[in-house]
Design a binder for this molecule. Structure first.
Ligand code: AMP
Ligand code: MG
Length: 428
């Protein structure tokens, strides 16, 4: 992996005290390279894993031309016999999984079920609801304009031709992908090994749940939010608890984390002017930059690589404020971990909806307001800012169903203006 300092030196307008979100992400992307380990799994065990190679289809899907409807198969040329009704003799039946092995000749049709192989001589299917059955089922009659030649036939290889990539390396496998692989007869698949991510909270004021809350203390919530967010990324979690602000204990925690994990995530202690040992130890153990990101919430963040005992790990030192942890996680850490696990990296999808209220915004930083997207009085979706937007107000995250993202250069929003929203569904 290239060093952070060398990546930063290529950035012409690098200002660590007001780093735009996009620039921070560009630096992170340049520094991170995917883990190399690969394992082979039965497809059922591969859900949410990252595909290591393209999955190439060894068969045509569908394997034969087949019917898309229940009806009657015949040669489309029979439609050009004049204006009168088409009358065809029914010469047999084709079932899905049990083909008609004869051939339909001119003037003949074959009763056919959905999915059945198209009989020889047939290229068109008339759905059964368009035909009149005559002669005790031995004849069908229909209007020549009820179908066009070639209708209701699925072509061999139409979904996927043999030799084509059904799925590309880097894809995070979905339930649909498991089904797709099964439809190709794929039994096992190569995926990247799971990432190991160690995380801990720093701050002497923090108490873990189950402990007594001494005066002036708060419960550590970041570790639980991180646990949930990381679990959604399907990584191996190494929860190291709350680490006291004692230089020896802190350094030992960073070293252990670095030796067992691919990535280390901490929260707290990275603010400018923070008296904690966190920053000093991060800097001592590696190639780490301390940024103030031009965003709200979530300004301070440390990023880099630390090393101990011959092991290296990517480091994210997130701010302490609970909302800032989530905002920085979704905007930096999520993409970075995807990159590290060898997955395709795509920005989180956004929708554009009307803002129900005005929102004040200063250009020169990206703001992430917590919002609730719901139908407005006219039934169209609109978004409303949740109450108190302080970066410590975790309830605002819990109530919201999306971030209203006000980009770097954007100014204040008037009621009724369109704004971008990153929906939490499946995310937070
Ligand atoms: P810091 O970034 O360490 O200055 O912390 C900023 C604020 O976030 C302080 O009010 C901390 O008490 C709070 N905080 C830091 N870490 C946590 C945590 N793990 N859980 C809840 N609050 C935290
Ligand atoms: Mg602190």
């Amino acid at each position: 992996m290239p060093s952070l300092q060398s990546v930063i030196s290529c950035q012409s307008d690098y200002d660590p005290t007001a780093l735009p979100v996009t620039q921070a992400n560009a630096i992170i992307a340049d520094v991170i390279e995917p883990v190399r380990g690969i394992e082979q799994l039965p497809i059922r065990s591969a859900l949410s894993r990252v595909l290591a190679n393209d999955v190439i289809s060894s068969i045509d899907v569908p394997a034969h031309d087949n019917s898309a409807m229940d009806g009657y198969a015949f040669a489309g040329a029979m439609l050009n016999q004049g204006d009168g009704d088409v009358v065809l003799e029914v010469s047999g039946t084709a079932y899905a999984g049990n083909a008609f092995d004869g051939e339909a000749k001119a003037g003949q049709a074959v009763r056919i079920m959905t999915g059945a192989v198209m009989p020889a001589g047939c290229d068109t299917v008339i759905p059964q609801e368009f035909v009149e059955i005559q002669a005790g089922g031995n004849q069908v009659r229909f209007r020549p304009d009820a179908v066009r030649a070639g209708d209701n036939r699925r072509r061999q290889g139409e979904d996927l031709a043999r030799g084509q990539a059904a799925l590309r390396a880097g894809r995070i496998l979905t339930p649909a992908d498991l089904g797709l692989m099964a439809s190709l007869g794929v039994v096992e698949v190569k995926v990247r090994r799971r990432l190991r991510v160690a995380f801990f909270s720093t701050g002497d004021e923090l108490r873990s749940i189950g402990e007594t809350l001494d005066p002036g203390c708060v419960y550590d919530s970041n570790r639980y939010t991180l646990h949930g967010m990381l679990q959604r990324l399907n990584v191996e979690l190494i929860d190291m608890g709350v680490v006291r602000d004692d230089p020896e204990i802190m350094e030992a925690a960073f070293r252990t984390a670095c030796e067992v994990a691919d990535a280390v995530i901490t929260s707290g202690g990275v603010s400018v002017g923070d008296a904690d040992y966190t920053k000093q130890i991060m800097a001592r153990l590696g190639d780490v930059s301390f940024w103030k990101i031009a965003m709200r919430p979530g300004r301070p963040m440390a990023f880099g690589r630390i090393a101990s005992g011959g092991h290296e790990a990517v480091l994210f030192g997130l701010p302490g404020n609970p909302v800032a942890v989530m905002v920085t996680f979704y905007n930096f850490v999520r993409g970075a971990l995807h990159r590290l696990m060898g997955a395709d990296v795509a920005p989180l999808p956004r929708i554009r909806v009307r803002s129900a209220t005005p929102i004040r915004k200063r250009p020169g930083r990206t703001e992430y307001q917590r919002g609730i997207v719901a139908p407005g009085p006219d039934g169209e979706l609109e978004v409303r800012v949740t109450g108190e937007q302080g970066s410590g107000v975790l309830r605002s995250m819990s109530e919201a169903n999306g971030f209203i993202v006000l980009d770097h250069d954007q100014t204040s929003v008037a009621a009724g203006d369109l704004v971008s929203v990153m929906l939490f569904d499946g995310l937070v």
